[in-house]
Ligand binder design. Structure first.
Ligand SMILES: Cc1cc2nc3c(=O)[nH]c(=O)nc-3n(C[C@H](O)[C@H](O)[C@H](O)COP(=O)(O)OP(=O)(O)OC[C@H]3O[C@@H](n4cnc5c(N)ncnc54)[C@H](O)[C@@H]3O)c2cc1C
Length: 279
C-alpha cells in the first residue's frame, strides 16, 4: 500500500503523535494506513541473547512485561514514565522511534542499550543501528515506502545495571531533561561497557560518547561518576524554551540526572552480582 499510494501517505500506529500533528496541520497526509490490525507486529521475545520487540508493541506492554522487567528493566522503567496511562495504552515503540521527537523517552533508552532496528520496504529488509536511524528533530532514516518492524536490544550480562532518570514539570509531561544509563562491570568490578542516552537535551536523542568512554576500563568511584556526569552535561546541546527553562538549567539537570542514573545503575549491577553469589 505504501508503494501504491506514494510519499503523501502516513502509517498510523498508536496515533498519539500523528493525530496531534494532523490536528495542528503539521501533517496532512493524503492517505493514512492503519497498521493496528497487523498483530504479527506486536510481540516481545528473547532470541540468541537479544530481546526482540515488534514495532507495534505498546508502551504499557513494555512497562508490564515480566520478560522485559527481568532482562532489560531499563525499557520497563522508561516506558512507565511516558505520558499518562491513555498514551501508554495506545502509543507504540515503533511510533515513538520513527517520530524522532527529541523529548521521546524510549529513543534515549534504545541508544543506551545500543539497539538495532529492522526496516522493511518493497526492496527488502535492512537493519540499522539506532545511532544511524535518528537523523535530526522529527527526522529518521526511514524512507517513504518503508516500515519499521522490529527493535532489538542485546540482553545485558549478569553484572549489569540500568536506570532512567526523567525530570518533568508535572506527572505525564514530556521530559525537561532525561538520562538513560546501561552499564556492565567485569569480574573485578571495572566498567566493561557503558551506554548513556539523553532525552530533550538536543535536537534529537543524543549519545554521551565522551562520558561513556571516560567510564570504560575504570573502577566506579564517586569522583569518576561526578566527572562522567559533568562530561555528559557538556555533550548535551540543550536549547531554552519558554515552558521548561533555560539551556543552562537543562544542562545542569543533565549533570544531576546522569549522576543519579549512573549511581542507581552501578548499585543495581552490584546488587545483581550479590544476588547471583547468594544463589
Ligand atoms: C498527551 C501526550 C503525552 C505524551 N508524553 C510523552 C512522554 O512523556 N514521553 C514520550 O516519549 N512520548 C510522549 N508522548 C508521545 C507518545 O509516546 C507517542 O505514543 C509516540 O511518540 C508515537 O507512537 P504512536 O504509536 O502513537 O505513533 P503514531 O502517532 O501512530 O505515529 C507517529 C509517527 O510514526 C510513524 N509510524 C508509526 N509506526 C510506524 C512504523 N511501524 N513504521 C513506520 N512508521 C511508523 C507514523 O507514520 C507517524 O509519522 C505523548 C503523547 C501525548 C499525546
Amino acid at each position: 500500500m505504501l508503494s501504491k499510494f506514494g510519499s503523501e501517505t502516513k502509517i498510523l500506529a498508536g496515533g498519539m503523535s500523528l493525530i496531534p500533528m494532523m490536528k495542528l496541520r503539521f501533517a496532512s497526509p493524503e492517505h493514512v494506513i492503519d497498521i493496528n490490525g497487523i498483530r504479527e507486529l506486536e510481540y516481545i521475545r528473547e532470541d540468541s541473547g537479544s530481546l526482540l520487540i515488534g514495532s507495534l508493541t505498546r508502551h504499557h506492554t513494555l512497562e508490564s512485561s515480566k520478560l522485559v522487567q527481568q532482562e532489560v528493566p531499563l525499557l520497563s522503567e522508561t516506558a512507565s514514565v511516558i505520558g499518562d496511562p491513555q498514551v501508554r495504552n495506545l502509543g507504540t515503540i515503533g511510533g515513538s522511534l520513527v517520530h524522532c521527537d527529541p523529548g521521546g523517552d524510549l529513543g534515549a533508552a534504545i541508544l543506551a542499550l545500543r539497539g538495532e532496528l529492522t526496516i522493511l520496504g518493497a526492496k527488502g529488509e535492512r537493519r540499522l543501528k539506532i545511532d544511524d536511524f535518528q537523523l535530526d528533530m522529527f527526522s529518521s532514516a526511514l524512507e517513504a515506502q518503508e516500515i519499521l518492524t522490529q527493535v532489538s536490544v542485546p540482553v545485558p550480562g549478569r553484572r549489569s545495571g540500568q536506570s532512567y532518570q526523567k525530570l518533568e514539570r508535572k506527572a505525564g509531561d514530556f521530559a525537561t531533561a532525561g538520562v538513560a544509563v546501561q552499564i556492565s562491570l567485569d569480574e573485578h568490578g571495572i566498567f566493561q561497557s557503558a551506554g548513556i542516552g539523553l532525552t530533550a537535551l538536543g535536537p534529537k536523542n543524543l549519545r554521551a560518547k565522551k562520558a561513556e568512554s571516560a567510564l570504560v576500563g575504570n573502577e566506579p568511584s564517586d569522583k569518576l561518576i561526578a566527572e562522567a556526569a559533568a562530561t555528559a552535561a557538556e555533550e548535551a546541546e540543550p536549547s531554552k524554551d519558554p515552558l521548561r527553562g533555560s539551556a543552562e538549567y537543562k544542562r545542569d539537570m543533565a549533570r544531576v540526572l546522569a549522576q543519579r542514573a549512573l549511581k542507581a545503575a552501578i548499585s543495581r549491577a552490584m546488587g545483581a552480582e550479590q544476588e547471583r553469589k547468594r544463589n
